[in-house]
Design a protein around this ligand. Structure first.
Ligand SMILES: Nc1ncnc2c1ncn2[C@@H]1O[C@H](COP(=O)(O)OP(=O)(O)O)[C@@H](O)[C@H]1O
Ligand SMILES: [Mg+2]
Length: 347
């Protein structure tokens, strides 16, 4: 082993500390150094990709990706480079396809045969299937439409039917819908037809899609974020939306309150999620779990009247731990642990 790890970041952006890096990156570099390893941070840019590729292939056992692909001009060039690094034997943390598969909103649809996701969860990849199916799913109750891009509640819409539609099999296009965006909980009323036309933007273009999911009213009690270090639950963040009537968003900007708990305080959730991990890995392409990632849950009530936890989304492309920097020690241990196992298999 070379005992060297590279951290990829992009220059600029609002997530950087005074040294120009993400505040939780240098702590990981330092923790690796303490363990007799070396590490460096590389700012990725399309112009430098060949140079970076050569350097990393030659010098590093692994890369840790700390870039929100949405912040890149063209994410496909970056993905191509890290995919090639993996092909040349550099361990991807995570592999680009793991990043895409775990992080995309349609992961929910792939997991709907598990107890984690309601069966009536759909993904639309073309406008025709959206127009055909959404009026039917909305007939059955309030829905949430989720775009795939963005990560702060932008393009995440709660959709409620306002008009009385009698016994109709599907919601007519001229019915009025009340739409609340999770970005800031603002409300708009439109005809269903106009709103669906507006939503076409989320389906067109690269990685475009809309996920159509049942609205879970217990979001009022908060969203529960499990922070995972590879296979180990590290902590639970309980995010409670603002108290206003329309508020359903758990993002900080929209006024939600955050509380940090130990995983032991959420025993049922952690237990059932850990039991589902092998299925999740298998259904999402069989890739190794990301190094640092999160799974978000909303409470629901099952047919027996018991509490259950529904998966809302997973994030793995740029999860931070700025509020708990001491985690860098465990992360360094886990990086070394993963690489030692890779080496043991290859020998
Ligand atoms: N099915 C749902 N029922 C109720 N609220 C939801 C549902 N899905 C998402 N939300 C709310 O919308 C917010 C944003 O949705 P999310 O899927 O997390 O997208 P983003 O990538 O923008 O964070 C969540 O934090 C949660 O408050
Ligand atoms: Mg979210």
């Amino acid at each position: 082993m070379k005992k060297h790890v590279v951290f990829f970041e992009v220059a600029g952006g609002t997530d950087k500390g005074p040294d120009g890096y993400r505040p939780d990156t240098m702590p990981m570099v330092e923790s690796l150094r303490k363990r007799g390893w070396t590490a460096e941070v590389i700012f990725y840019s399309d112009e430098k990709k060949d140079e970076i590729f050569e350097h990393v292939v030659r010098s590093a056992d692994a890369y840790v990706s700390r870039i929100n692909p949405g912040n890149l001009k063209d994410e496909s060039t970056y993905f191509q480079m890290i995919r090639q690094l993996c092909e040349f034997g550099v361990k991807g943390m995570p592999h680009p396809d793991a990043m895409i598969n775990y992080g995309a909103k349609d992961a929910l649809v792939k997991l709907r045969e598990t107890p984690l996701v309601p069966e009536d969860t759909f993904a639309y990849y073309d406008i025709a299937s959206f127009k055909e199916n959404f009026p039917k799913s909305l007939k059955n109750g309030e829905r949430v439409l989720k775009q795939n891009r963005g990560s702060t509640g932008e393009g995440i819409w709660r959709v409620q039917l306002v008009s009385d539609i009698g016994e109709a099999e599907e919601v007519p296009l001229d019915a009025v819908v009340r739409c609340t965006e999770a970005k800031d909980n603002h409300v708009e009323e439109h005809t269903l037809e106009n709103f669906m036309t507006f939503c076409e933007q989320y389906i067109t273009g690269e990685n475009g899609m809309l996920v159509d999911m049942r609205f879970l009213p217990r979001i009022k009690e908060g969203e529960i974020r499990l922070l995972m270090l590879h296979r180990t639950p590290v902590n639970v963040v309980h995010k409670k939306p603002a108290e206003d009537t329309d508020a359903f968003s758990a993002t900080l900007f929209s006024g939600a309150k955050y509380r940090y708990d130990a995983p032991e305080e959420w025993g049922d959730l952690v237990h059932s999620f850990m039991a589902s991990l092998p299925t999740i890995t298998e259904k999402l392409g069989g890739y190794d779990l990301p190094l640092i990632w999160t799974a978000d849950f909303i409470l629901d009530t099952d047919e027996q009247g018991r509490d259950c936890y529904i998966l809302g989304e997973m994030n793995c492309s740029c999860v931070g731990f700025t509020s708990q920097l001491s985690l860098s020690e465990d992360i360094a241990d886990e990086i070394i642990n993963i690489l030692s196992q890779v080496e043991a298999v290859e020998q």
